[in-house]
Design a protein around this ligand. Structure first.
Ligand code: NAD
Length: 475
């Protein structure tokens, strides 16, 4: 965004707890001006054709690769963790390449065809929305800013992105990357700021992709409805794992250690509840606690361990409240269990809980931290009932050596993606279409080929090939 912001916001560093970044805050007028400029540039982007757009997308991937270290450093400063910052940059390059591969077939116009009315010819066109707005959260700042922006650009939209105010240090670096790609700066812009900037993005977009909390998603959905634009919401989750009696325990432990602890549990598709058949519950919980307990904080060095700090300051009191509520109601930590201050930042010990129940906030609300409550079940019906006892429905997972049994359970779970004999695969596998169930979201699939459909409208040309239509008036 070339305009100088009217004000700034002091941003806290998650590793030190101290403010060390002044975030430019773009006001409603500046957001409107950015959207106007995008709207003016979009027809040339659309009319330039798909090959030219894909060439720009390929150059974007190259430019990201060329600035990989700088982007990783900025994302690491934003989030306090390094490993996942590398994953973010590499994953977005893979996303760009996937769309370059898939788009030509997906965006090709269907051949003209005769209507059911013989003298009418139908031609189909895909007309991109002029400006796609993207609003993203702080847990994966780069991926979640670009995951919708890339297919929108490919479809022919111009894109306006507002990342989370908590993690926007990567924006100036990414803007330099974008500036190196001919044609791209005119159709891909960032604005920064908090909620008011986000609301201005909704008001100035023609289609909106939002990733964040249910609370904000509801507000964004209401605004989008007032503004009469389609709105795709990707919201929170409380993903459940079901571990059947015949599961490969070692495999399930390894997968769930990753699926619940990656990014220190600050992942929308993080496994936040684990139901285990009573016959193996104690053995499984002990093995999981042993595995999780071996994880280390990335402190004092960035690469010292596997788990970063709690990124957003507002999260630490939520985690504290959930833990206290759980302990008061009888839960026990088999490993971890305490919030720590290290170097000024907030860190949660990697935690496995037992004796947890559904009346505990740690089981019923999104905790978004490195903690996994483990609970027993007696039969398949009970496991499914417990897993579905939530207002969310993002994803989940099932472990069983009998894949048919796992499929049967998966088909009764109210969630958009179920990993079988693995966990949290939606974070890694972006080419499987899925939608969010319940309060976890609304709108089209972000993942897989249908993702592209969110960014254009179908337009029909209905061509009379020369005859008088029978419904015309008689004279
Ligand atoms: P949040 O809702 O607080 O903020 C998300 C974004 O919305 C930020 O950019 C914020 O500035 C902006 N915003 C705030 N108020 C706004 C308003 N009134 N109008 C427009 N925009 C506004 O969420 P967060 O705390 O940044 O992110 C964590 C949440 O995101 C968790 O609930 C997590 O589960 C969810 N999440 C979901 C997915 C998914 O794919 N489903 C992925 C990652 C994170």
């Amino acid at each position: 965004m070339t305009q100088t912001a009217a004000t700034t916001l002091s941003i806290r560093n998650p590793r030190t707890g101290q403010p060390d970044y002044e975030l430019p805050v773009h006001d409603a007028e500046q957001v409107a001006a950015a959207a106007r400029a995008l709207r003016e540039a979009q027809p040339a982007w659309q009319d330039g054709g798909l090959p030219a757009r894909l060439a720009a997308v390929a150059a974007f991937a190259e430019a990201i690769q060329a600035r990989r270290e700088a982007l990783v450093a900025a994302l690491t400063a934003d989030t306090g963790r390094h490993r996942e910052s590398v994953m973010e940059v590499d994953a977005i390059v893979a996303t760009l390449r996937r769309w370059i591969n898939d788009a030509p077939v997906l965006l090709a116009d269907a051949p003209p065809r005769q209507s059911q009315i013989p003298h009418i010819l139908i031609e189909e066109r895909k007309r991109p929305y002029p400006v796609a707005g993207v609003i993203s959260p702080w847990n994966f700042p780069l991926i979640l800013s670009l995951i919708d922006a890339v297919p929108a650009l490919v479809a022919g939209c111009a894109v306006l992105i507002k990342p989370s105010e908590v993690t926007s240090r990567f924006v100036p670096v990414l803007e330099q990357v974008i500036a190196a790609v001919p044609g791209l700066p005119a159709v891909l812009r960032f604005v920064t700021g908090a909620g008011a900037t986000g609301e201005a993005v909704v008001r100035n977009s023609d289609v909106l992709c939002f990733t964040g909390s249910v609370r904000t998603g509801r507000r964004v959905g209401e605004l989008a409805a007032q503004h009469f634009i389609p709105c795709h919401l990707e919201l929170g989750g409380k993903d459940a794992a079901i571990v059947c009696a015949d599961a490969d325990i070692e495999l399930a432990v390894r997968a769930l250690t990753f699926g619940s602890m990656v990014n220190a549990g600050q992942t929308c598709m993080s496994i936040e509840r684990c139901y285990v058949h009573r016959s193996i519950h104690d053995r499984f919980a002990a093995a999981l606690a042993d595995s999780v307990g071996r994880l280390r904080h990335c402190h004092p060095g960035l690469d010292d361990g596997e788990l970063g700090p709690i990124i957003a300051a507002i999260q630490a009191p939520i985690v504290q409240r959930h833990l206290e509520d759980a302990y008061i109601k009888g839960a026990r930590a088999l490993t971890g269990g305490r919030l720590l201050k290290l170097g000024g930042g907030d860190w949660l010990e990697p935690t496995v809980l037992v004796d947890a129940r559904h009346d505990m906030a740690i089981v019923s609300e999104e905790t978004f931290a490195a903690v996994l409550p483990v609970m027993p079940f007696d039969d398949e019906d009970e496991a499914i009932r417990l897993a579905n006892d939530t207002s969310y429905g993002l994803s989940g997972c099932v472990f069983s050596r009998d894949v048919e049994r796992a499929r049967r359970i998966a088909s009764r779970l109210n969630a958009g993606a179920i990993s079988i004999n693995d966990a949290a695969l939606t974070g890694m596998v972006h080419d499987a279409p899925k939608q969010s169930f319940g309060y976890s979201g609304l709108g089209g699939s972000r993942m897989g080929k249908p993702s592209l459909q969110r960014f254009y409208r179908m337009q029909a040309f209905l061509i009379n090939t020369g005859e008088a239509s029978p419904w015309w008036f008689g004279h």
